[in-house]
Design a binder for this molecule. Structure first.
Ligand SMILES: NC(=O)c1ccc[n+]([C@@H]2O[C@H](COP(=O)([O-])OP(=O)(O)OC[C@H]3O[C@@H](n4cnc5c(N)ncnc54)[C@H](O)[C@@H]3O)[C@@H](O)[C@H]2O)c1
Length: 340
């Protein structure tokens, strides 16, 4: 069978992780990398001997390329994805799928015109062994009925992190701060594990990066789930290190906690490690190690003509949650989720 040809757009921090994942897939070939930056193009070419382009349009015309990986700054995701879909390509988009609800609606609208297109969004932490096991334990009621969920992210982003980047820290190009960039995975996992959300009340603030960023470095929210329990969420880039995210589910017959790449079950005061994420970490440790698994699954769905689970609709839920927190901060009232 002829290999599927792929291209990566944006070869900054995350693009190389996609390239390596593709290079490990026997049914796929990395044909091209696009980046405005010459040094990034050289790095890609030296390692993978693929075509490199400065302009995105050039790969859209190449009929040998069927799948486009969008690894560019946030504000380019939807415009680039729409161009690719209209050129007849499948797309795998890094999170966040969109920076606002208008963009989310735009890409959904376009996809209706191209029903055979595969469009997936990276939420690699759903593929962690610990996350998958936690989901199964909840479904099998191993901790009884859910009573509450909490998600806590306390990370550090320096002034330099923002000053060295031309797109981070700005509403127009990043689309938000800690919520849309760092904590989006935690929000996604909270709704994936906890189920449908009725409403969200939250607030955002800048606590340490005043005069450096326009967007929030700190956010908190209460998630009101349809099944009556609550979720408690807190995220900040204003801590002093990137400590482990803690995501816990309180059940009527025990608790489960995801922390430090482990899933811990606590019942009657006894804690047991149920699962560990064993994958080799590439890139920053807090990115997790599951890009390979997610990218493999996406291609297997294309090859076997199966539905892909983390669709635009699915990834859009976290975007609505984030927009809901912003709206609730402005109005000081809960935002009612609409699952747009
Ligand atoms: N899933 C994860 O855990 C994870 C981790 C890190 C980053 N990301 C996401 O990946 C995306 C990229 O982040 P990053 O950290 O790699 O950013 P980055 O700034 O390091 O890299 C972006 C690259 O895109 C290139 N670029 C910008 N505009 C372009 C254009 N018009 N055409 C072609 N190339 C262009 C830049 O030159 C740069 O090399 C973001 O959406 C980010 O949120 C996801």
């Amino acid at each position: 069978m002829k290999k599927l040809g792929s291209a990566i757009i944006g070869y900054g921090s995350i693009g190389p992780i996609h390239a390596e994942a593709i290079s490990n897939l026997p049914q796929v070939q990395l044909k091209a990398v696009v980046d405005l930056n010459k040094e990034a193009r050289e790095r890609a070419n030296n390692k993978y001997h693929c075509q490199v382009y400065e302009q995105y349009d050039q790969v859209l015309q190449d009929s040998e390329i069927q799948v486009i990986h969008i690894c560019t700054p946030h504000y380019l995701h939807v415009p680039m994805a729409i161009q690719a879909i209209q050129a007849g390509k499948h797309v795998l988009i890094e999170k966040p799928v969109a920076i606002n609800l208008k963009e989310l609606a735009d890409i959904k609208q376009i996809l209706k015109l191209y029903p055979n297109t595969y469009a997936g969004v990276i939420f690699q932490n759903r593929y962690n062994e610990t996350s998958i096991k936690a989901k199964k334990m909840i479904e099998n009621k191993e901790i009884g009925e859910i009573l509450g969920i909490k998600g806590i992210l306390t990370w550090y982003r320096s002034e330099d992190y923002y000053k060295k980047s031309d797109w981070r820290g700005k509403w127009e190009t990043e689309g938000g701060g800690v919520l849309i960039n760092q904590a989006i995975h935690t929000l996604d996992l909270m709704q994936w594990l906890g189920g449908k959300i009725k409403a969200i009340k939250g607030s955002v603030d800048i606590r340490s990066l005043q005069n450096i960023i326009e967007v929030e470095d700190t956010a908190e929210a209460t998630l009101y789930f349809e099944s009556k329990y609550r979720g408690i969420f807190y995220a900040t880039n204003s801590y002093t290190e990137n400590s482990s995210i803690e995501l816990a589910v309180h059940g009527s017959q025990g608790n489960i906690t995801l922390r430090d790449r482990q899933l811990i079950l606590t019942k009657e005061g006894q804690s047991t490690i149920i699962a560990k994420d064993r994958g080799i970490q590439k890139g920053k440790p807090y990115w997790g190690s599951s890009h390979q698994k997610q990218i493999d699954d996406f291609y297997q769905c294309i090859i076997q003509k199966k539905d892909y689970s983390i669709s635009i609709e699915e990834a859009g839920i976290a975007i609505e949650m984030i927009q809901g927190i912003y709206q609730s901060d402005r109005t000081e009232r809960p935002y009612k989720m609409q699952y747009l």
